[in-house]
Design a protein around this ligand. Sequence first.
Ligand code: GLC
Length: 560
Amino acid sequence: MTTAAPSVQTRELSDAPDWWRQAVVYQVYPRSFADTDGDGLGDIKGITSRVPYLAELGVDAIWLSPFYPSDLADGGYDVADYRDVDPKLGTLADMDELIAQLHAHGIRIVVDIVPNHTSDKHVWFQEALAAGRGSAARERYIFREGTGVDGAEPPTDWESLFGGSAWERVDDGQWYLHNFDVSQPDLNWDNREVRDDFLTTLRFWSDRGVDGFRIDVAHMLTKDLTEPLPSRAQLEALPFDGTHPLIDRDDVHEVYAEWREVFNSYDPPRTAVAEAWVHPSRVPLYASAESLGQAFNFDLLEADFDPAQFRRIVADNLALAAESGSSTTWVLSNHDVVRHATRYGLPDAERGADGRPTRKHGNEWLLSGGETPVLDTARGERRARAAATFVLGLPGSAYLYQGEELGLHEVAEIPDADRQDPTFFRSPGIDQGRDGCRVPLPWTAEGSAFGFGAKGAHLPQPAWFSAYAVDRQDGDPASTLSLYRRALDLRHELQTDEQLQWIDAGRDDVVAFERPNGWTVVTNFGTESAPLPAGEVLLSSAELTGDALPAETTVWLRRS
Ligand code: GLC
């Protein structure tokens, strides 16, 4: 393995065991990041080639979405082998080189672990199909007999989270449970072999130098499938108090206690962050030091650009973090939701609680083909910059999603024939799916696939991507990329302990807080200018004129 000298100014890799507490973590969706072999899919070498970009951006770590062998039935969240690299993306040697390059540039790496389900191409599922009913191979999954005449009806009326039945019938007549796509059979976490195999996987990547793990649907692994199984209506009537048969069961933490032993056997201990869509009161269980250690806080994904909501979410999540002893996480976008520049540019009525549009738009989202474009792109970007600089001033760790540093919008104009996301196919016409935030990044304003790769991109990039390309923004002090670079740089300088003191700005549309050493963050969420508080201006998300804080703008100040 060769480790080339870093070509841009880099930070030292921190040895502190708690490096993660206030880290800025950049999510790389590998198939849409950078393509070096010209097959239209991003690859591991593409990420390695962009490590200097990540170092210059100033992130502390990357979170790499699944890069394992996969049929891509769910964008890689259908894993066929947890201890290998998808040949379409590269090799284990490429991963070793990526890890080495990241570390040489002072950047840690967190990888995605998908333990609720495998791909139906996983050797275990293939064995289960071949071995037949009653076999040990079927015991690794959740197989049941059907109901009705000849068992032709599914065991229950449960629905998959992606739409349609949660059960699929196999050739010999049995049914298997899949809470997600039909290609993602749920594993049986009562099975000791399943538990042991994931311990092996965690050690495999930890031994290769991976620093931490993001745990996919961490709240769904363990299940109580005692017969008779409840109906959907019965399930819906049950409380989520740790005893629900399918969701957020207390006994899932027995699994994580074993994982914790593995994490703590490394120096520094490996970290984990739970993707757990659970009631807020249950989040500290996942974030505790005995369990996964940190949990995502998704509240801002569901919030409007609204001062009262932002303030409440910050207060609530700092309190929850204090309860678990962990630090909280701030997330404005990820690979599952509409990009926040677009959410903030849509009228509230045009999007649901999860940020997705409530009805199908077309190109009129982004193009002014109609009389009135539904999306106000400039306003969305302005608010996105204000929200990002608000979040980057908070204590705790911030998760950025690739492309948000460019102010990228959701791509609405993907023809149905080009769509890939199973949520689109399993709920035809209702949900546009998540492809619009997964379109390959524009690196250059000109050239093949905007610099993503030599031969196009696996999801079509719109012409307007040109204006957002990295090379357009590089060196432009007013660009969103420059704003993120400056914010991350300053954050490194200013960030000390995790305290936050609210400041009364004297008006409802302005939210302000102070961090240690006079670092002050003030956001005007309103549509009118507000007075600019006293202090040395360190950063502003929009141009300042005179002593006013413009509408929809965040400033960082140093108060003396
Ligand atoms: C998580 C992932 C999502 C995936 C699902 C099933 O929610 O973030 O992308 O589809 O799990 O693995």
